[in-house]
Structures are given as structure tokens and as C-alpha cells.
Design a protein around this ligand. Structure first.
Ligand code: ADP
Length: 290
């Protein structure tokens, strides 16, 4: 590497330097490392060079995610605020004359404000989960949590004649009840939201061997094209932005699910086909209450 050779040349002349170069990581993946090249001298005579390499691949990745997140947050917050401010300005300047339009505009302000609140809630929740706050663990039952989620989602499902069923049985697990409920609810809500009229949602919770517990949420909805499947767990990533917004989505639901699963030693797998539906499985290893 030309930069590194130059740094060595400088160090031989007594000038230390550092920089970043592309490299292969210990696991042989493409990455980046920071190098430090220092002359080692004894009685003003150069006796050697000290060259230190530090793998900073993960650090750079985390920094990129943080930067992208900040840019996305600003954009996502600005969009509803721009609408709110525009509608409010029209109302305040008397540009909306009849009562019907006043009601319509106020309704839009209310809807956008709700979206903003929902978004801020999700952002705060995501950062709390990441920081490991409110992490008290207790005995829970995934089946009971799934049952509660079904009860909450039944009115939404009824609007589109979607049938929700729950099978399996008591699935004791140790974890944070609020977070586990959120994980179950988000997956079930998506299965309803991204479904088709008269579609089906099947939820199953099962205790398995090795103290593991499995949650499966399947739907007969619109499905997810292959090229989007890996990315839907990223913050703010949506396959169809307009559909997500129409259903009040923030694009953070699956990112929250992923973080909660990680905190509970859970692994997520997804299988989906456009027009056929989606199945998401979360396997919690070794989390069963004894
Ligand atoms: P959102 O708030 O947009 O629902 P999520 O993070 O929960 O955000 O999901 C990200 C995207 O993944 C959604 O916008 C949608 O495009 C896609 N998605 C999630 N669950 C499903 C599903 N069950 N069926 C089809 N698409 C889904």
C-alpha cells in the first residue's frame, strides 16, 4: 500500500504518522484499519520502527449507521412538520373559507401530528432498547403475549376481513415483558397491515427442546420481493413508502423487533414471496423458564 510505504519512509526519517487504509479483517472480510508508524530511536540513532494496525471496520460501520440515522430522522421529522406548518398557515390566514374545508385541514394537521408523535415514540423506544434501558427480566409467556396482541389487532383485521388465528401452547420465557410484547405485536401488526382483504394471519408459539421457544407469524399478504428481504430490518427502510405511511408506519417496527430479539438471544428468519405472503420466525435459544 503506497500510503503505508510512504509512512514507513517518513518514520525512517524520524517522523511518525498514522492513517487509514483498506485491509482484510481477521475473519478475511473486506474492511479498514488504522495504522500508526513510529520510529524507535536509541541515543538519537534509529534502531527500528513500531507499526501498529487497529481493525476499525466495525467502528466505521457503526459511524455510518449513526450518520445515516441522523439524516433519516431529520427527513422523517421534517415531512410531517412541513405539512402541519403549511395547513396551519392557510387556516390562520383565512385562506380556507368553508367549514367543510376547515374540518378537512384540521383533520390533516391532527393526522400528521399523530404521525410525528408515533415516530418520536419509536425513536425513543429504539434508543432505550439499544442502550439496554428498562431491561428488567421476568417470567413471561409468549402465548399469552400473542393472545393479547391478537385481541388488540382484531378491530384492525376486521376492517379488511382478515382472519387471525393463534395456535401452539404455553411458551414460558424469561425476558422483558414490555419488549417481548412489542416484538410480538409489531410482527402481528405487519402481518395484518401488509395483508390483502379476506387474507389470513397465523401465529404460533411453541416451547422447543434445549429450553428454546419459537414464535412464528405467517400471513397471506402482499409478500416481500427478494431484493428487499435483507433490508427491511434497517431503520426507516420500507418496500412501499406510500403504503407504509397510509397505514401509519414509521419504518422502525422491524428494526425494533431485531434489537429486541438480539437482546433476548433470539434469531430471526424470514421467508416471503410476492403475492403469496410472508412468514417470520423468531427462535429464542435457551430462554425458557425452567
Ligand atoms: P413500517 O412502519 O413501514 O411497517 P417496519 O419496520 O415494520 O415499518 O417494516 C418495514 C417494511 O417491511 C414495511 O414498510 C413493509 O414494506 C415491509 N414489511 C414488513 N412486514 C411485512 C409483511 N408481513 N408483509 C409484507 N411486507 C412487510
Amino acid at each position: 500500500n503506497a500510503d503505508l510505504l510512504l509512512a514507513v519512509d517518513h518514520a525512517v526519517k524520524g517522523v511518525p504518522s498514522e492513517g487509514i487504509i483498506p485491509c482484510r479483517t481477521l475473519s478475511n472480510a473486506e474492511g479498514f484499519c488504522r495504522y500508526f508508524v513510529h520510529p524507535v530511536a536509541q541515543e538519537n540513532c534509529l534502531t527500528g520502527l513500531l507499526i501498529l494496525f487497529v481493525d476499525i471496520t466495525e467502528q466505521l460501520k457503526a459511524q455510518k449507521i449513526r450518520e445515516e440515522f441522523s439524516a433519516n430522522v431529520s427527513h422523517e421529522l421534517k415531512t410531517p412538520l412541513t405539512s402541519i406548518s403549511g395547513f396551519a398557515e392557510m387556516l390562520s390566514q383565512g385562506m380556507v373559507k368553508n367549514q367543510k374545508e376547515v374540518a378537512e385541514f384540521s383533520g390533516m394537521i391532527y393526522k400528521e401530528a399523530q404521525r410525528l408523535l408515533h415516530l418520536i415514540d419509536d425513536i425513543i423506544r429504539l434508543s432505550c432498547i439499544e442502550e439496554g434501558k428498562n431491561q428488567a427480566e421476568e417470567a413471561a409467556d409468549l402465548y399469552v403475549l400473542a393472545k393479547q396482541a391478537v385481541e388488540h389487532l382484531t378491530p384492525l383485521a376486521k376492517q379488511e376481513n382478515i382472519d387471525i388465528s393463534l395456535s401452539g401452547g404455553p411458551s414460558p420465557i424469561v425476558g422483558n415483558i414490555t419488549q417481548l410484547y412489542e416484538l410480538v405485536f409489531n410482527l402481528c401488526e405487519n402481518a395484518v397491515k401488509y395483508n390483502v382483504p379476506h387474507g389470513k394471519v397465523q401465529i404460533e408459539t411453541l416451547p422447543l427442546e434445549n429450553s428454546s421457544v419459537r414464535l412464528t407469524v405467517s400471513d397471506t399478504g402482499i409478500g416481500i420481493p427478494k431484493e428487499h428481504q435483507e433490508r427491511i430490518f434497517e431503520r426507516f427502510y420500507r418496500v412501499d413508502k406510500s403504503r407504509s405511511k397510509q397505514t401509519g408506519g414509521t419504518g422502525l417496527g422491524l428494526s425494533i423487533v431485531k434489537h429486541i430479539a438480539e437482546q433476548h438471544h433470539g434469531s430471526i428468519s424470514l421467508s416471503s414471496a410476492p403475492g403469496r405472503g410472508t412468514t417470520i420466525t423468531v427462535l429464542f435459544s435457551g430462554r425458557r423458564q425452567q
